[in-house]
Write a protein that binds this ligand. Structure first.
Ligand code: SF4
Length: 322
């Protein structure tokens, strides 16, 4: 007769054996409860007594250790498990220094950049107060009419403020009044103005819905170019005009207009056709002055290219040139 492989422990009496079984049962029940199971009966009194003894460091002989009873990373009831990453989602990028920690949040794959809410339309905008805008322009025209800030006031017949409403969003800015404009009190009414009107019509606008004005409001003698001092004195009026009209796009006619609007100097041949920004927000397209086109008709091709770029910028159709 062979000896048994695991001889019974003859040192255990029946009571100790019962306590050992109770402790094991209690540990099992605790582990089941910690696993999130509900509806289980409470452990027996003996089991809890055995567990209390084991927690005091006096486990019954043969009882499993506290460490072996402790469930491994069992989630607590009521605790939402961490969200698993979405299939196909890229790994989370490291947070930049100073960025707040995202606890438990699944990072979005392509978080859009924050977009500032659009600023409310200023008073006098076409949407809110067209009448207030017209009144503001009328008040400004009255101020300009009496202006004596530079020497051009001594030789003018009258000031030449603007023409058109600007409701199209398009604004043309030229250099200054000529003889016809000085006589009639409106900008671009001579031969160059008639050519500008044909350009406006070819773009698909009516004459009156385009705002037209100049860098200086008084005619320089002999149609000379305005002096820098004369321009600097008069440009604040232009700034007020544009703030009221709020054009979508400005077309600068000639090098003096580009200089007065943007401070950029240089030949218009180099400047034209390249977008600039007025006060960092309004697109400006420099192009040739209509008076130059009267002398150089071959340059109409470049001007038409520039005006088509303006139409594209405004989201308007670009008609083919007849
Ligand atoms: S050009 Fe301008 S600044 Fe000079 S007097 Fe005329 S309105 Fe005044």
């Amino acid at each position: 007769m062979s000896e048994p492989q695991s001889p019974p422990d003859e040192t255990l009496d029946p009571l100790s054996e019962l306590l050992e079984l109770s402790a094991a049962l209690g540990a099992h029940l605790e582990a089941v409860q910690r696993s999130g199971a509900v509806g289980l009966p409470p452990a027996s009194a003996e089991a809890w007594q055995a567990l209390e003894r084991s927690s005091r460091g006096a486990p019954p002989a043969g009882a499993p250790s506290a460490a072996s009873r402790e469930p491994q990373a069992a989630p607590r009831v009521g605790t939402r498990p961490a969200a698993a990453p979405r299939a196909g989602a890229p790994p989370a990028a490291a947070a930049p220094p100073g960025a707040p920690a995202l606890s438990g949040a699944t990072p979005r794959a392509t978080a859009p950049p924050a977009v500032a809410a659009p600023a409310p339309a200023p008073s006098g905008s076409p949407e809110q107060a067209p009448r207030a805008r017209a009144e503001g322009l009328a008040v400004l025209a009255d101020r300009v009419r009496d202006c004596q800030k530079c020497g051009l006031a001594r030789t003018r017949t009258q000031t030449v403020f603007a023409r058109g409403t600007g409701t199209s969003g398009l604004c043309f800015v030229g250099e200054g009044p000529g003889a016809d404009e000085d006589a009639q009190g409106f900008p671009f009414v001579g031969k160059a103005g008639q050519l500008l009107d044909r350009m406006i019509e070819a773009m698909g606008f009516s004459r009156d819905e385009v705002y037209v004005c100049n860098i200086v409001k008084c005619r320089p003698p002999d149609n000379r170019k305005p002096e820098p001092e004369e321009m600097s004195q008069c440009v604040p009026y232009l700034a007020e005009q544009l703030a009221l009209v709020e054009p979508q796009v400005i077309v600068a006619l000639g090098a003096t207009a580009v200089q007065g609007l943007l401070g950029a100097t240089g030949g218009i041949t180099r400047l034209r056709g390249n977008w600039r920004l007025y006060q960092g927000k309004i697109p400006v397209m420099p192009t040739f002055h209509p008076a130059y086109l009267l002398r150089t008709p071959s340059a109409k091709r470049e001007v038409w290219d520039d005006l088509q770029a303006v139409l594209r910028q405004m989201g308007r159709p670009t008609p083919t040139r007849s």
